[in-house]
Design a protein. Structure first.
Length: 185
């Protein structure tokens, strides 16, 4: 199930037809957030054939943007990272939750890319998303802390240097400049 604001069901269905050509399943767990007051729902993980994701990402128009978003949920971390590289260039606000969701996952190389992107300048659409979804941002922070503690504590003795937590802190600090505090521990 996927719900995207300002995107027609016809466009979503077109992207899904390419993504689901071969063996395709999705996690029953869904992410539910808001963008500009509109609901965004997407699967926590998708299991599409890598070739189908790559083909869908080459499609014309909005279908490729949808495919990039869903590819960021792929079970293969390399596919997620490839989709992320292009998602960071996109300006549509509804694509932001797909980028930020990656901060609550265990692949430090992906978190490092996002942290580097946010270190340059935090786009307003990212701070607006963080402000609109404080509970979700808190959950991402908890997940990132858990992965740091379990897998990366030795590599990053100071948890504030762990890329996912550093990126989330950048967002929290940016949101604070807008006058909204994002809850965290």
């Amino acid at each position: 199930m996927i719900t995207l604001p300002f995107v027609s069901q016809t466009d979503i269905d077109a992207a899904l037809r390419v993504l689901e050509r071969r063996c395709a399943t999705v996690s029953p767990d869904n992410i539910r957030v808001s963008v500009n007051g509109m609901p965004v729902h997407f699967s926590a993980r998708v299991y599409y054939a890598t070739e189908d994701v790559q083909a869908a990402c080459r499609a014309a128009g909005i279908a490729s943007q949808i495919a990039l978003c869903l590819g960021s949920r792929h079970n293969d971390g390399y596919v997620r990272e490839q989709c992320l590289q292009r998602l960071l260039l996109a300006e549509a606000p509804w694509m932001v939750p797909f980028v930020l969701q990656l901060l609550g996952e265990y692949v430090v190389e992906i978190s490092t890319v996002i942290d580097g992107f946010l270190a340059e300048c935090i786009p307003a659409r990212y701070m607006e998303f963080a402000n609109e979804n404080p509970g979700h941002m808190h959950r991402l922070h908890q997940q990132a802390t858990s992965y740091w503690n379990e897998y990366y504590r030795r590599a990053y003795p100071n948890r504030h240097e762990y890329p996912a937590l550093r990126a989330l802190q950048r967002l929290a600090d940016g949101a604070a400049t807008l006058g909204v505090a994002i809850p965290r521990r």
